[in-house]
Design a protein around this ligand. Structure first.
Ligand code: GLN
Length: 525
């Protein structure tokens, strides 16, 4: 196993996750098999309990792991399926060490950060790297250390990396440092922040092999030379990563900068035939356009990153550029929905903004505007249908308060008390009904998709609802997984989250159907 360790300097939000995912992609295009680990130095055990408005989307893995959104980027860029083990947090490390201490595993030793915590970190990294998990064993493992070097929180992780570098053969580990290269008002690139952050790294006993400089415009050779001189890395190992129009272009830009060759030299990798299909897919030209309103309560785009990307993947495959309009569920005017080609209601928790979302669904249904509902969007589509078509004015989800609970907690979910415990998480197999749109889209009898929710369609009302024209087209046992209205051009909602499995090379079928319907509506005008 060879390791590519990625650290970040100067500040957060530099796009370290995209850089890491892109490094993975260029290595994969060069014929190597790659996996990836994200280290999050916070004390939370996982991202499940974290507020997405602060931390971005909670991504869900096939094993039900609720993880940092960077793992979503790894899965999308690398076409792999990761597990909870691939997201290491301080919380997980300390929990494990403390459990071992209580069991007496340390045989009376004083339990300390070095060596006990650092050993545990190394063990977790190795375990995740070797966890092939149906993807075949990877040859290279990317390790992204979250946070910025110099943070107190990330110290034990950087120390673990330092130890790893000493224990492994020189050719089995390469250190990539991603830093900010700002421009002054003359447009000159400034290297001082990079120099300082490399200095911090060196004080921790780590020396970067490669420096990736994030800047608005491409760095010229004299800037690279300066970084090379001051930071003691060869000039060809200084890589310019200018802000790209589209994240999927980043690997191509990095390939052009020679990053793949530099990593190959450091790791002593053999030359293999280059595969270019990914580049072809992500640079396909757009010939059509479609606009989609996403009605949300957060207004932070990072919360819906998988949805945004899934729309993009589907759009690319249909040569359709999708323009997204973020619509505030609590304050929008109906005119904001009038001019779009499609309406999408994403997942969410809690009552805030739901009446606005229900109104948007009503508007889509009554005006035959293509509609896609996801998780909470599915539940609210059922609520809206019950209110407007069946005349059950007080229909609501049990999560939101009193009324006729057409969406409810099923008895088997009820007795679990802690917040994480009642969630239905991760992969589930969904049976698709014959002669439905969803079955046509997937082209199969069953699909495996990912869940993250607590409430379900109340079995008591399914018969009445279906009699009135809403078809539950997907199910898993007693649980309804999707619904559609056959007489509409495109009205589909899913209890699962198809966006978590969408990648540029495998766009998600419900998203393809939705974007195609939006593009057709645009064309018809
Ligand atoms: N709040 C809803 C539930 O728990 C929907 C969750 C979601 O949209 N992810 O069932």
């Amino acid at each position: 196993m060879k390791y590519v360790v990625v650290t970040g300097g100067v500040m957060s939000g530099l796009g370290k996750g995209i850089t890491t995912a892109s490094i993975g992609r260029i290595l994969k295009n060069r014929g190597y098999s790659v996996t990836a680990v994200k280290i999050d130095p916070y004390l939370n055990i996982d991202a499940g309990t974290m507020n997405p408005a602060q931390h971005g989307e909670v991504f869900v893995l096939k094993d039900g792991g609720e993880v940092d959104l960077d793992l979503g980027n790894y899965e999308r860029f690398l076409d792999i399926n990761l597990t909870s083990d691939h997201n290491i947090t301080t919380g997980k490390v300390y929990q494990t060490v403390i459990e071992k201490e209580r069991r007496g595993d340390y045989l009376g030793a004083t339990v300390q950060i070095i060596p006990h915590i650092t050993d545990q970190i190394k063990e977790f990294i190795r375990k995740a790297a070797e966890n092939s998990n149906g993807n075949g064993t990877a040859e290279i493992c990317l390790v992204e250390v979250g946070g910025t070097v110099g943070d107190i929180e990330s110290m034990p992780f950087l120390e673990a990396v330092r130890q790893m570098a000493g224990e492994l053969n020189k050719k089995d580990i390469v250190l990539v440092h991603v830093t900010l290269v700002p421009e002054d008002n003359m447009g000159d690139h400034k290297t001082k922040p990079t120099q300082h952050s490399v200095k911090v790294l060196r004080e921790l006993g780590l020396h970067p092999d490669i420096i990736v400089g994030r800047s608005e415009t491409v760095m010229n050779s004299s800037t690279k030379r300066k970084i090379s001189d001051f930071c003691d890395v060869s000039q060809k190992a200084v890589i310019s990563a200018a802000t790209a129009k589209d994240i999927y272009e980043v690997p191509m830009e990095m390939e052009k900068e020679g990053l793949a060759d530099v990593i190959r030299d450091f790791l002593g990798l053999e030359e293999r035939p280059v595969k270019n299909d990914w580049y072809r897919i992500v640079s396909r030209e757009y010939t059509k356009r479609a606009s989609v309103a996403i009605v949300t309560k957060y207004g932070v785009e990072d919360v819906y990153i998988s949805i945004k990307e899934a729309l993009k993947h589907a759009g690319r495959s249909l040569s359709t550029e999708v323009d997204i309009y973020w619509v505030d569920a609590e304050s929008y005017e109906e005119s904001e929905l009038r001019d779009v080609d499609g309406i999408l209601i994403p997942g969410g928790f809690g009552p805030r903004g739901i009446e606005g979302k229900i109104r948007a669904i009503k508007y889509a249904r009554e005006n035959n505007i293509p509609f896609l509902g996801l998780c909470l969007g599915f539940q609210l589509a059922v609520v809206e249908f019950c209110r407007s078509v069946l005349g059950w004015e007080n229909a609501i989800s049990e999560e939101m308060g009193e009324g006729k609970h057409v969406i409810a907690i099923l008895p088997e979910q009820e007795d679990v008390t802690d917040l994480g415990g009642t969630m239905r998480l991760g992969n589930c197999t969904v049976d698709l009904k014959d002669n439905t749109m969803i079955k046509k889209l997937y082209g199969s009898d069953t699909v495996v998709e990912r869940h993250r929710h607590r409430y379900e369609v109340n079995p008591e009302y399914i018969g009445d609802i279906e009699k009135s024209g809403l078809v539950f087209s997907g199910s898993s046992g007693p649980r309804m997984e999707s619904c559609e209205i056959p007489e509409k051009d495109f009205f589909l909602a899913t209890q699962f989250h198809p966006e978590f499995k969408s990648t540029p090379t495998h766009p998600s079928p419900p998203y393809i159907g939705f974007v195609e319907a939006c593009a057709n509506r645009r064309k018809g005008e």
